[in-house]
Design a protein around this ligand. Structure first.
Ligand SMILES: O=P(O)(O)OC[C@H]1O[C@H](OP(=O)(O)OP(=O)(O)O)[C@H](O)[C@@H]1O
Ligand SMILES: O=c1cc[nH]c(=O)[nH]1
Ligand SMILES: [Mg+2]
Length: 216
């Protein structure tokens, strides 16, 4: 598992602004910081992808470069993923994307009752491809598991990456126990625990609501 804030960097500033209960009220800045972390995580994940050598003709001579063989398919779990996903798309600018409409039902009950309503899936073939599942919050892990189960209808991926901003240990555990294929987990920060409503503590609150307003 890769955890971005294990090493100090400018990303700490973006995480700080996302978490701070006053600064996060600036919705534009909140979305922008998610997007910036999406770009940073895309960069980190890119280092793990297969590369091939390509020669280049400059106006003055010849050079060569290593390029990514196949850009990974990006899967965005609506709605909170939209700004974080945009960061990935800024870097993997020519790849295929898929969109999942999922949300946690029964958020006011205790965590065991949380179920995921899976309303919409529009995704390309993922057969033999590397896939990055993108959602800024990894709480119980149920949204990711539901997404993975349904995505297999679109083929067997060569590799699944999970990219999140803040994760709870309970969610990481749930993911590792409930995936038939091993998944590579990339997060910006690992928090303490879930509360009795399955919100991440200390977390940042509700990422979807902070980005777009409270949904009914
Ligand atoms: O790990 P889990 O317990 O499944 O929780 C994480 C999910 O909760 C949030 O979405 P939410 O259901 O609030 O929908 P939203 O994006 O519309 O706000 C978040 O964006 C994840 O999709
Ligand atoms: O803490 C949490 C848990 C799920 N979804 C969020 O937006 N925040
Ligand atoms: Mg939400």
């Amino acid at each position: 598992m890769f955890i971005l804030d294990k090493k100090n960097s400018i990303a700490n500033h973006f995480l700080y602004q996302l978490r701070d209960s006053e600064i996060q009220k600036d919705r534009f800045r909140f979305r922008k910081n998610l997007e910036r972390l999406g770009e940073i995580m895309a960069y980190e994940i890119s280092k793990s992808l297969p590369f091939y050598q390509k020669s280049i003709k400059t106006p003055l001579g010849n050079s060569s470069v290593e390029l990514i063989k196949y850009q990974p398919v990006l899967i965005s779990v609506l709605r909170a993923a939209i700004p974080f996903y945009q960061g990935f798309l800024n870097f993997f600018d020519d790849t295929d994307s898929g969109f999942i409409g999922a949300y946690r039902k029964g958020e006011t009950d205790d965590s065991k009752n949380i179920e995921i309503d899976y309303l919409y899936q529009a995704a390309p073939s993922i057969e033999g491809r590397e896939v990055i599942l993108i959602d800024p919050m990894l709480a119980t892990g149920k949204s990711f598991i539901k997404t993975i189960e349904n995505l297999y209808k679109n083929g067997n991926p060569s590799k699944i990456h999970i990219a999140s901003v803040i994760a709870a240990p309970e969610g990481i555990d749930f993911l590792q126990k409930n995936t038939k294929q091993s998944v590579e987990i990339w997060i910006c920060s690992l928090d303490e625990k879930l509360n009795d409503k399955s919100y991440i503590i200390p977390g940042l609150g509700d990422a979807g609501d902070l980005s777009f307003g409270v949904k009914l």
